[in-house]
Design a protein around this ligand. Structure first.
Ligand code: IPM
Ligand code: MN
Length: 363
């Protein structure tokens, strides 16, 4: 098979983690006899610096001409004072729109090897395997009108939360279909005691849920769900929610399993899938070679699974990550005080070696 992939390293630690993820992708494709066609383009602050646009037309064209996009991260304090459309984040939001990527899948899995990294007691976090299904193209992030207006000292800011029934329907179907391949439970999170958007959300989710009688559906308010996420994380299978709630709860889920650096994501639903680690650009550690590349590597695994339907290849990459953690591989974010930690590059090299070793044992 020929895999056409565009890589967008972006800002901060993005280029460092993307480099390692690409090495792993190259090794997996090579060892399973596939061909990789890779194009690299700019996004975010890197694109602003080069082209004055956080998502230049050349980047959009390359992404749309490929089958999947691997993104590192966007965001840099250098652009904090820019108007919204000229911030690095605007490039990512427009890219999600251009790709029609309305379904954001964010797995939060607890790895027993990382027992010491979770702030929760082991008996609570043990068995946690959550898939957050976040609606990605609606709600407050994109609702119009939006503005800051008025005279200094008396300015008014406005954002609009808006959801249409078809938008809720399509993300709900994605969640229920994915539930069928898992523990068959969907927890829909909203704020329907206060927000109209959430009332419509709950109504539509309930209606669509009736088409999936084999999947158990429950509803919870977002405040209460935030508590469940830390008290009984292992009870949650699929957590389905709107854009903003999903943004917040997915970082919280990362904290619960003890490793935001390990969280991967897939944004699907359009013609081209977008894959990115959840951690962001981490400007405080950028350029030091200490970032955790495992979130980016696991994003490559999601790409192999969701865009290319290459299950064995995805499992190979995921298996290498788990084996490395079991054998004690720790980047700085995961290491306990006094424990030896590896660099970004060493972590990548180890995963590549494990992928290669898996090839020799299976062939
Ligand atoms: C994420 C990020 C983005 C978001 C930002 C960078 C626009 O926080 O992917 O979770 O809020 O969606
Ligand atoms: Mn976020």
């Amino acid at each position: 098979m020929r895999l056409r992939v565009t890589s967008l390293p972006g800002d901060g630690i993005g280029p460092e983690v993307t480099r390692q993820a690409i090495r792993v992708l190259e090794e997996v494709t090579r060892s399973f006899g596939h061909e990789l066609e890779l194009t690299e383009k700019e996004i975010g602050g890197a694109a602003l610096t080069a082209f004055g646009d956080p998502l230049p037309p050349t980047t959009i064209a390359a992404c749309l001409a490929s089958q999947a996009v691997l993104l590192g991260a966007v965001g840099s304090p250098a652009f904090d004072r820019n108007p919204r459309e000229l911030r690095p984040e605007a490039g990512l939001l427009r890219l999600r729109q251009e790709l029609g990527a309305f379904a954001n899948l964010r797995p939060a899995v607890y790895y027993p090897a990382l027992r010491a990294s979770s702030p929760l007691r082991e008996e609570i976090v043990k068995g946690t395997d959550i898939l957050i299904v976040r609606e990605l193209l609606g709600g407050l992030y994109f609702g119009q009108p939006r503005s800051i207006e008025g005279a200094m000292g008396a300015r008014q800011a406005l954002n609009t939360m808006r959801y249409g029934e078809p938008e809720i329907e399509r993300i709900t179907r994605v969640a229920f279909e994915l539930a069928r391949g898992r523990r068959k439970r969907v927890l829909s999170v909203d704020k329907s005691n206060v927000l109209e958007c959430s009332r419509l959300w709950r109504e539509v989710v309930t209606r669509i849920g009736a088409d999936f009688p084999d999947v158990h559906l429950s509803h919870q308010y977002v405040d209460s769900a935030a508590m469940t996420l830390v008290q009984k994380p292992a009870e949650i299978d699929i957590l389905l929610t709107e854009n903003m709630f999903g943004d917040i709860l997915s970082d919280q889920a990362g904290g619960v399993v003890g490793s935001l650096g390990l969280l991967a994501s897939a944004s699907i639903g359009g013609p081209v899938g977008l894959y990115e680690p959840v951690h962001g650009s981490a400007p405080d550690i950028a350029g030091q070679g200490v970032a955790n590349p495992l979130g980016a590597i696991l994003s490559v695994a999601l790409m192999l699974r969701h865009t290319f339907q290459l299950t064995k290849e995805a499992e190979c990459a995921e298996g290498a990550v788990v084996a490395a953690l079991d054998a004690g591989l720790r980047t700085r974010d995961l290491a306990k005080a006094g424990e030896r930690s590896v660099t970004t590059e060493e972590a990548g090299t180890r995963i590549v070696e494990l992928v290669r070793a898996a090839e020799t044992t299976t062939s």
